[in-house]
Design a protein around this ligand. Structure first.
Ligand code: APR
Length: 169
């Protein structure tokens, strides 16, 4: 089981083997955290993403990290669910984002992985529910990843992630 840390910061500055980006299905880049990751990794990231996409919601796909500084070697692109009120399987899709990203991390031998709060921005997933899904899914995952960093970009998200860590013991 991976050790989980909740931190505040910019995921593009994380010193981990792989960072996860909250992409859209094209993998060509976008706004939010995806925009930040593409800006930091450079234009080759969109070229590589475009070559392997589209990526289904709940799935995850790896590319090199290009211009991101070492030790980051990979970007794991995952596509979260658009929140439609909770009755359309959104929770299962979000859990799948975390599970598939860890499976990909194992395939690329990444031992340390940083996640943003997937789907809680543009896609509108309630951050408290998303935090609980993230922590529970990572905790129950059979993975060789040793350390997961849940990177909050704002205090509200950090609070929800920390509460999820405490609530699930
Ligand atoms: N580092 C860490 N987290 C960040 C950063 C950053 N540099 N920038 C934004 N975030 C946070 C947001 O504050 C939010 O908590 O990432 C979380 C996810 O928000 P979005 O980036 O909007 O992702 P999502 O809700 O999954 O929507 C994905 O938005 O940008 C487009 O192309 C993307 O279509 C896709 C959609």
């Amino acid at each position: 089981m991976a050790a989980i840390e909740v931190v505040m910061g910019d995921i593009t500055r994380e010193n981990v083997d792989a960072i996860v980006t909250a992409a859209n299905e094209s993998l060509l880049g976008g706004g939010g955290v995806d925009g930040a990751v593409h800006r930091a990794a450079g234009p080759r990231l969109a070229q590589a993403g475009g070559a392997i996409g589209p990526c289904e919601p709940g799935d995850a796909m790896p590319t090199p990290a290009f211009d991101l500084d070492p030790p980051v070697r990979h970007v794991i692109h995952t596509v979260g669910p658009v929140w439609e009120g909770g009755g359309h399987g959104e929770a299962d899709v979000l859990a799948s984002c975390y599970r598939r990203s860890l499976q990909i991390a194992d395939e690329i031998d990444a031992r340390t992985v940083a996640f943003p709060a997937i789907a809680t921005g543009v896609y509108g997933f309630p951050p408290d529910q998303a935090a609980r899904i993230a922590v529970a899914t990572i905790r129950s995952a059979a993975t060789n990843v040793q350390r997961v960093r849940l990177v909050a970009f704002d205090e509200d998200t950090r609070k929800h992630l920390q509460a999820a860590m405490t609530a699930t013991g």
